[in-house]
Each structure stands twice: as structure tokens, then as C-alpha cells.
Design a protein around this ligand. Structure first.
Ligand code: NAD
Length: 322
């Protein structure tokens, strides 16, 4: 990776992946792009930025050629809960971003990273320690259908055209820089903000709902390690299970209470999110990622909670949020 383009740079992952990659590869070698500069002002101050609608293929090609890009990070997607509100649009954006990225990569010699998700699994997938290679035929969301399609198509472009496609199935990502963009695991971010804001939280998925989660620093580390991995060691490509922690709402609340003893939680279930959460794994088996490219997370629930509460409190103290 020498010249990198990140599309969807203003989102929850991109807003942290851009600075992370710039710190490793140099500010001018990492181009941030999003549909508008609105969410990317800070990224545009530190390095190159382009306003790009990823569905505009000609403009996308122009940017890849202008900067002589060799690696594409395609982060554009409508997420799981948002996607269910408009499945047709979710397919158009998620698959449009993917096919444009793959075709442009094929014609311009780029590697491509397009994240998959725990949402690539469905209700008939084994729920505990979900294997790397398993059933993915019982998906109940358009988001998941797009993710399975993305995994298959990315493998196809590797085998058929030699495009260096690599990907991970991200768990729900927990971070403090940018709020999540409409996923089913968003509660596990919002809970920290409300713990600081009002020492209480109304959770929209039921107690006992286990899902894989990951702290953003581990997610960023995974992306770089996978993209830098020796290709001869990769038996899989699209996409690797990666895991670091699995918890239910009661467990994260109990962890928060160690720092905020007065913290209280009640429930108001969102039926759409609950149904999606129920169809996803409780925990994934990430043995293949560990064996093929040395994946090993740094954060569990305890260490993440300590850090999140400090960082979110700093944002309140500085008046960055209310
Ligand atoms: P996000 O919703 O926060 O960000 C997506 C970005 O894409 C936004 O900044 C949006 O402005 C941009 N975008 C939308 N339409 C566009 C278009 N037509 N052209 C250009 N930009 C456009 O998403 P995220 O949470 O950062 O997720 C990034 C990727 O990681 C997605 O593929 C998502 O499925 C995957 N993922 C995320 C999580 C998570 O917990 N955040 C978990 C698993 C997988």
C-alpha cells in the first residue's frame, strides 16, 4: 500500500481509518473521499480530500488516476437497520459501490478492501463460535444479502481477474470519534454516551442478546495487518471472521457500573433491530484469521470500557457534545 483511497471516509470507520493510515503511510498518500465534505472537514485539513459519489464511475476513475491509487478502501454502505427502511436503495448503494470499486481495481491494478460483517450470517448459521466457512443462506436483511454478495463477488474478482481483494467480517464496532451510522449494534456505543450524560440508558435490544463487538483500535489494526499480510499465507480472502469480545446488554451495563455505580438501564425494544440481532451469531470463531495472518486483539470488554468512558467524558468536558 503506497497510494490509498478511502471512500466513505466520513463514517464511523473512515473517520478513524484515514488518520490511522495517514500516520503510517504519510498524509499525502491517503486520499479521503465521501459524498460531500460536510462530515470530512477535519480529514480535508490534514491531507487530500475529494467529494465523490461512489456511484459516479467516471469521477471515481478520474480520482484513482489523478492520485495513482494502488489500494481502495470501499467503506460505503447503508447499514443494517437503515437498509431495512429502504432495501432497494441499500442494494443500489452497497452493490453499486462494490462493483464500481472492483471494476476500477481490475482496470487500474488496485487492491481492494470492502468490509463484510457479522450480518453476513443468518438465522440458520451456527450461533456459537460461528465457523469461518459455514451456512450463509438464511439471511433476513438486505444488508446481509449485500454482504454475502460482496464476499462472493470479491472472491470471484480475485480468482477470475487476479484482483487482490481482502476483507474481514467486522463485529459491531465501538468507538468515540464518530457516532455509528444506523446499525444493529449501535446501542453498545450509545450506552457509553448516556452513562456519562445522564447515568441511565434505555436499551433497544433485549437482555440475553449476545453479539460480537470490537473496539475501534483493534478494527484499525486488523485492517492494516490483513492488507499487509503475505498473500501466499492467505487461504481465505473474503472474508475473515475476526473477534475480540461478545457480550449482552446486561454485561456491558455491569461493566459500566464499575465506573458509574449509579448507572441504571431499562429496555424499550426496537423490533427490527431485535429481529436482526437474533439472526446474527452470538460469537465468531476467528481461528483462520489468527493462523493465516496473525490476528490477535488487544481489547476486551473491561479494557475497552475503561478507555471509552474516559474518552467520551473528555468530549463532554470539552463541549464537543451535549
Ligand atoms: P457509516 O454509515 O458510518 O459511513 C458510511 C459513509 O459512506 C458515510 O460517511 C456516507 O456519507 C458515505 N456514503 C454513503 N453513500 C455514499 C456515496 N454514494 N458515495 C460516497 N460516499 C457515500 O458506515 P461505517 O460504520 O463506517 O461502515 C463502513 C463499512 O464497514 C460498511 O461496509 C459497513 O457495512 C462495514 N461494517 C461496519 C460495522 C460497524 O459497526 N460500524 C460493522 C460491520 C461492518
Amino acid at each position: 500500500m503506497k497510494k490509498i483511497l478511502i471512500i466513505g471516509a466520513g463514517g464511523q470507520i473512515g473517520s478513524e481509518l484515514v488518520p490511522h493510515l495517514r500516520s503510517i503511510y504519510g498524509n499525502n498518500n491517503v486520499v479521503a473521499a465521501d459524498i460531500s465534505i460536510e462530515k470530512c472537514k477535519h480529514l480535508a485539513e490534514d491531507g487530500p480530500f475529494e467529494a465523490l459519489d461512489v456511484l459516479d464511475k467516471d469521477h471515481y476513475i478520474e480520482i484513482v488516476r489523478k492520485y495513482k491509487i494502488d489500494t481502495l478502501f470501499n467503506l460505503v454502505a447503508l447499514l443494517s437497520a437503515t437498509g431495512e427502511k429502504n432495501p432497494e436503495l441499500a442494494w443500489k448503494i452497497n452493490i453499486g459501490a462494490l462493483t464500481n470499486s472492483l471494476n476500477i481495481a481490475k482496470d487500474n491494478g488496485c487492491a481492494v478492501f470492502t468490509p463484510s460483517s457479522i450480518g453476513a450470517f443468518g438465522k440458520d448459521t451456527p450461533k456459537d463460535k460461528t465457523p469461518q466457512d459455514t451456512l450463509q443462506r438464511s439471511n433476513t436483511t438486505i444488508y446481509g444479502v449485500c454482504k454475502v454478495t460482496g464476499e462472493l463477488l470479491s472472491d470471484y474478482y480475485f480468482h477470475r481477474f487476479g484482483v487482490d481483494t481482502r476483507s474481514v467480517r467486522f463485529p459491531g464496532l465501538i468507538s468515540y470519534v464518530t457516532l455509528p451510522g444506523g446499525g444493529t449494534t449501535d446501542y453498545a456505543v450509545e450506552i457509553y454516551y448516556d452513562a456519562i450524560r445522564k447515568q441511565s440508558f434505555t436499551c433497544n435490544v433485549k437482555a440475553g442478546t449476545y453479539m460480537d463487538m470490537m473496539y475501534m483500535p483493534d478494527a484499525l489494526k486488523a485492517v492494516v495487518e490483513l492488507m499487509e499480510a503475505d498473500p501466499t499465507k492467505l487461504k481465505h480472502r473474503n472474508s475473515f471472521n475476526i473477534a475480540s469480545m461478545s457480550f449482552d446488554p446486561e454485561e456491558i451495563a455491569a461493566e459500566i457500573r464499575k465506573h458509574v455505580p449509579a448507572f441504571k438501564m431499562d429496555y424499550e425494544i426496537d423490533p427490527v433491530k431485535q429481529a436482526i440481532a437474533d439472526s446474527w451469531p452470538n460469537s465468531m470463531d476467528d481461528t483462520c484469521a489468527r493462523e493465516e495472518w496473525g490476528w490477535k486483539p488487544d481489547y476486551g470488554l473491561e479494557k475497552m470500557t475503561t478507555d471509552m468512558l474516559v474518552k467520551v467524558k473528555e468530549k463532554f468536558d470539552k463541549g464537543l457534545i451535549k
